[in-house]
Each structure stands twice: as C-alpha cells, then as structure tokens.
Write a protein that binds this ligand. Structure first.
Ligand SMILES: *[C@@H]1O[C@H](CO)[C@@H](O)[C@H](O)[C@H]1NC(C)=O
Ligand SMILES: *[C@@H]1O[C@H](CO)[C@@H](O)[C@H](O)[C@H]1NC(C)=O
Ligand SMILES: *[C@@H]1O[C@H](CO)[C@@H](O)[C@H](O)[C@H]1NC(C)=O
Ligand SMILES: *[C@@H]1O[C@H](CO)[C@@H](O)[C@H](O)[C@H]1NC(C)=O
Length: 389
C-alpha cells in the first residue's frame, strides 16, 4: 500500500510544479468585465492588470470575444514579469466623447517592459468628437487611442484601431518596439487622426500595416532614432511625415529612418519632411525612402521647411533644422498634380547630400516637374521629373 504521507507530499509538490511551470492566465471576465459594450469594465481590466503585473511568472491577460467598454485606463509598470494581452474582443470608448476627459489618452501604458498586445480591435468612437472640433466649439483636447510612454521591448501585433478621437497609436520615449500587421482606419476628413506617431524613441520597427486616416499615416517626431518601416499601405491620409520639426529652439534630431516597400494611394503627400521656419538646433539625417509606389498622390516627394500653417508670425524666418543625407530610390507611379517633387529647403540651412535614384512619376500620362530651393545633392539612373539641383 502506498504511504499516505508520501502521497500527500507528492500531491503538494505536483501542484507547486504546475504553478511554476505554467504561465499565469488572467481572463478579464473573471474580474467582472462584461462583454456587452455597455457596462464599464475599466476597474475589472485594472484588477486583471494588477494581478498579472504582480505575478512572478510570465502572464497572459485574455480578453475574449465581445465588446468591452473602457473609460481612460492606465496600465502602469514596472511589473514583475512579461505580460501578453491577448485580445479577441473589441475595446470600445464611451459614446460621449467627453468621458475620455482632458488627459489626452484613452488606453495608456506607462513604464512597462516586455508587454505584447496581440489581436483585437479598439474603437475610439471619434465621430462626435470630430464634429465638435469641426464646428470649433469648446472641445476637450481629444484622446489618443493607445499610447506607450517610457516603455521598452513592446510588441503591438494584429491590432485593428478604428476612429480614434486623435492619433491612433503613440510610441513616446520607448526603446525596442515592434508594430506589425496593424490596421488603422478613420474617415479621410477626420481631423488629426494620425495613424502612428513615433517620438523620442529608439529601435522602432513598423511592418505590414495598412493605414487609412484623416491625417499622417505615420508621423515621426523629434528624438526618433533607428526607425525601420516596411510593407506599409497608406492612404487616404497625409502620407508619411518626418515632422513637423523645429518648432522649439532646442530639439533632438531625427536619425537613421528607413521606409521600404510602401504604397501610397490617393494621399495628400507621399514621403514628406516638414519643419517650421524658426530657429532650432534640430536635424534630420540618414533617411532612406525606397521601393515606393505612388497612386494619384498630390505631393509624392516633398521637403517643406516653410511649414507655417495659418500664417503665423513664423513665416518671415528660416528653419534651423539641418536636413542631410536623404535618399529617394525606386519611387514610381502617378502624381495628382504636375509638380511631383518639391524641395523647399531652409535658406539659412540648405538641404545637403540629397540623392535621387530611379524615380518615375507621371501626371495624366505626362512628365511631371520638380522645384528646388536651397538644396544640394546628386542623382543616378532615370529620374523623372528631371532633377532641379
Ligand atoms: C483569440 O486570439 C488568438 C490570437 O489572436 C487566436 O490564436 C485564438 O484562436 C483566438 N481565440 C478565439 C476563441 O477566438
Ligand atoms: C538599438 O539597437 C541597436 C542595434 O541592435 C543596439 O545596439 C542598441 O543598444 C539599441 N538601443 C537601445 C536604446 O535599446
Ligand atoms: C539604423 O537603423 C537600422 C534599422 O533600420 C539598424 O539596423 C541599424 O543598426 C541602425 N544604424 C545605426 C548606425 O545605428
Ligand atoms: C494613359 O495612357 C494609357 C495608355 O497609353 C491609357 O490607357 C490611359 O487612359 C491614359 N490615362 C490618362 C489619365 O490619360
């Protein structure tokens, strides 16, 4: 007969073993979340986060099918382990846009390390907010749908983000971030609904993503270093933009940015660099735009160092931002205007080492034109429109 004490010891150790060897799983439903789209599930999500964050094993937070109503929510680190959010359901913002408040954020991750956010849909319900903005009433600042601040080693994969009040995805002061296979959608006339904004961050990769919005598909702010973007579909929207930069006198530069394999469809711009015409110590250097197809894009290639909307007092100055070493290679397709290439560089800090290689942009089956101000560089291969520097 088996010794009962030995059996008991075995059972205790077996349970311990199971606990240590399996990743901890937290289903938001068991913390009280309701998949009905009406019940506020914010506190339940926070409880799930607190458990996952204090768990000593790698943990997963499951969000099953259904619609979960969330008011502004902050997932704060540091945590004791890596956490995966596995979404099958949809996170929805309140219908009343004022419920997202004045903080400017809806779903916010702060100081986390090793968080993956996989699958699912987030719906910012921005329609009423845009109407407020368009009628110039006294509107709140508007909320970005999902933001990572001071976060490292982040994966954002397979997410669909629709109708954010403001920018859909923000990566700010982060290191080592992968954004892949995301879909971002907002109507083409919705104000300031940028797709992805990257700022003050190093080693960010954005791949395989489709972005259709009312503002920039991807916007790149100061302090961005080692940004790699590939297989991007953009449009409608305002294109991929480095900037606007140089509004502040003291700014970090943008360095080592690559965009490869992209299609722009009916967007206002293709690849753009824009700076305010004001004094600044900012810079843009080592940028590559390669293998890009333009379909009916208004400004396929654009450097605008006189970005001064609403004719503010800035318009009489010149930009301090130094733009150097930018390569445009294998870019072809159609422009929606006759001027397909515009380089309007700073008179006090001319653009230098700008390279054009194998460019073919047409307008109504005809050759396009280019315009140049304060720029130096070189061109190789067939370049249409003809290079103007
Ligand atoms: C939930 O989502 C994950 C990853 O997106 C997927 O592998 C899984 O099959 C989904 N589960 C259900 C029940 O839909
Ligand atoms: C960025 O990536 C490079 C190359 O892999 C690495 O050497 C560097 O430490 C990374 N930077 C940060 C801040 O993680
Ligand atoms: C530039 O960025 C790429 C990613 O696009 C990275 O692999 C490379 O190491 C970076 N170069 C430097 C000098 O940091
Ligand atoms: C451009 O030319 C092609 C073939 O020569 C023709 O089929 C097409 O309709 C033309 N497009 C425009 C916008 O003129």
């Amino acid at each position: 007969m088996a010794n009962p004490t030995k059996s008991l010891v075995f059972i205790v150790f077996f349970h311990l073993f199971i606990q240590i060897s399996t990743a901890a799983n937290y289903n938001v439903i068991s913390f009280g979340a309701k998949p009905d789209g009406k019940t506020d599930s914010t506190q339940s999500f926070l409880k799930a986060w607190t458990s996952a964050c204090s768990s000593s094993t790698r943990s997963t937070i499951n969000v099953p099918k259904g619609r979960f109503l969330l008011t502004p929510i902050t997932f704060r680190g540091p945590c004791k382990n890596k956490i995966t959010f596995l979404l099958n359901g949809t996170l929805v913002a309140p219908l009343d846009y004022r419920a997202l408040g004045d903080s400017g954020y809806w779903i916010l991750f702060i100081k986390v390390d090793g968080v993956s956010f996989v699958g699912g849909t987030i719906d910012g319900k921005g329609t009423a907010y845009w109407a407020c903005k368009n009628s110039a009433k006294n509107c709140p600042p508007g909320a970005r749908s999902i933001t990572f601040n001071w976060a490292n080693n982040i994966i954002l994969s397979g997410l669909t983000s629709i109708n954010s009040q403001q920018t859909h995805v923000v990566i700010n002061s982060c290191n080592n971030v992968v954004v892949k296979n995301v879909k971002i959608m907002a109507p083409d006339q919705s104000p300031n609904t940028d797709g992805i904004h990257v700022q003050s961050s190093t080693n960010v990769t954005i791949t395989g993503s489709t972005i259709k919005t009312g503002d920039d598909c991807i916007s790149i702010g100061d302090g961005t270093k080692n940004l790699f973007m590939s297989d991007i579909k953009c449009g409608p929207g305002h294109g991929v933009s480095i900037g606007s930069l140089g509004k502040e006198a003291n700014e970090n530069g943008v360095e080592n940015v690559t965009l490869i394999n992209a299609v722009f469809t009916k967007s206002d711009n293709g690849v753009r660099i824009k700076t305010w015409p004001t004094p600044s110590n900012g810079f843009v250097r080592h940028v590559i735009f390669q293998n890009i197809v333009m379909i009916n894009v208004k400004n396929p290639i654009l450097i605008d160092q006189n970005y001064c909307p609403n004719h503010q007092s800035c318009s009489l100055q010149s930009s301090g931002v130094k733009i150097n070493d930018v390569t445009y290679k294998s870019i072809e397709g159609t422009s929606a205007t006759s001027e397909a290439v515009t380089f309007d560089c700073s008179s006090s800090n001319p653009c230098s080492d700008i390279k054009l290689e194998d460019i073919k942009l047409t307008y109504k089956n005809k050759t396009t034109t280019s315009s140049c101000k304060n720029i130096g560089g070189s061109s190789i291969g067939l370049v249409v429109p003809e290079t103007c520097f």
